[in-house]
Structures are given as C-alpha cells and as structure tokens.
Design a protein around this ligand. Structure first.
Ligand SMILES: [Zn+2]
Length: 218
C-alpha cells in the first residue's frame, strides 16, 4: 500500500538512464542488456587451480555500477542496494550453478561488520540466492587483521591476506566433497578471494565457483 503510494508520487526510475521502470530497483531492459556482462574472468594459474569452475563477473567495475556499489558500502543508500540486488539477480540467472550445494561470501572483519552493520556481499547477493531457494552459509571467518588493500601491489596484497581466513568450527567437517559457490562484491587482484578459496579447497571442497558483481579485469 505504502509502496504503491510512493510509486505514484515518485515513479521508480532506472538507475542508469532514469527512464521509468515497473518497480523500485529495476533497471530498464536496454541498460540491463548493455551493462550486464556475465563473463569468466581470465585468472593467473594459482587462482585457476583453486577456482576450478572459474570466477565469473557480472559487470564492469565502472560508471553507474561502481557508483552504486560505493553508495551501498559507504552510504547504505536503499535505492542503490535494491538496484545492485536486481542487477546481481539478473546476472546470476545467466549462470549455470545447479550442482551448487553451499553458498558463502568473503567475510568482513568483525569491527568492520559492526561499524557497517552488514556484509555487502551477502546483502547484495541475497535476493539472487533466495531465488534459488538457498541460503548463505557462514563458512569462513577472519582470524587476523589485515591492512586495507587498495594501496598495495599484488604481491603485497597476497602477503597481507595470507593465512587471514579459517573455517568456522561448524563447517570444518562439512566442506568435504561439496560444490561451493563463493561470492564477493568486487574483484580486483583476487588476493582475498584466492585466500578464501584456498581454505575451502584445503577442507576438501569438490569444486569452487566464484561469482563477483563487478571487476575491472577484462
Ligand atoms: Zn535504463
């Protein structure tokens, strides 16, 4: 009721071109087909060894998508959350992942989690994951602090995150033989993603598929 009234007063608009759309968070078809670029990322061999089903990316970390993700992380902007959730759901529909048994995300530090109140990976993938009648499992945890990655080179990033993750006690014996999907919002060098994937492989995962919303890699 309230939504219907709000939609009447403020008709929902596509986040990329401002054309009117049916519901809040929806993108118009032409922007969606232009910006949704589901592709398997080229990976270094160590990464490829861990992600045997590849790391798939839904769009380019640029323009409106980059802006929306920043609005989610730093401003908790509701319209941005809905827009990226819709984008992610549409992108995930293009992926084959029928044999996925467990879905998890790169964990945040506890301090960051408290400050932000949510893990953006989990938040942004949630509608896509529930559309597949699945839930997120909190498989991994951070076991030591790392410094922010953005000013570091790849080797420094690798060093920075090495050994920073471990399995949650509940999952130590529940990974063996499972097909796992690991998600994150942005993929830059992949150092953090790789560390998480390595832990899952060490615990005996049968296969790992990575999905990220956006990446600057081509
Ligand atoms: Zn549009």
């Amino acid at each position: 009721m309230l939504e219907a009234l709000l939609n009447l007063l403020f008709p929902p608009q596509c986040p990329a071109c401002n054309n009117y759309v049916e519901h809040n968070g929806y993108w118009c078809d032409s922007c969606l087909s232009r910006l949704l670029k589901v592709q398997k990322l080229p990976l270094e061999s160590d990464l490829g060894g861990v992600f045997d089903k590849g790391v798939w990316c839904l769009g380019e970390y640029d323009g409106i998508l980059k802006k929306l993700i920043a609005d989610v992380k730093y401003n908790k902007k509701k319209s941005a959350i809905k827009a990226v959730q819709y984008f992610t759901k549409k992108g995930m529909e293009k992926l084959e992942m029928e044999d996925t048994e467990l879905i998890t995300a790169v964990p945040l530090y506890e301090s960051k989690m408290k400050a932000r109140g949510f893990n953006q990976g989990v938040l942004l993938f949630s509608p896509a994951v529930s559309a597949r009648k699945m839930d997120f499992s909190e498989v991994l945890k951070r076991v030591r602090d790392t410094i922010p990655q953005f000013n570091l080179k790849y080797e420094e990033r690798q060093k920075n995150v090495r050994g920073a993750f471990a399995l949650q006690e509940d999952y130590v014996h529940r990974i063996k033989g499972k097909n796992i999907l690991l998600t994150d919002d942005i993929f830059t060098t992949g150092a953090t993603f790789f560390e998480c994937g390595k832990e899952l492989k060490k615990a005996g995962a049968a296969s790992i598929l990575g999905v990220v919303i956006a990446s600057g890699r081509k």
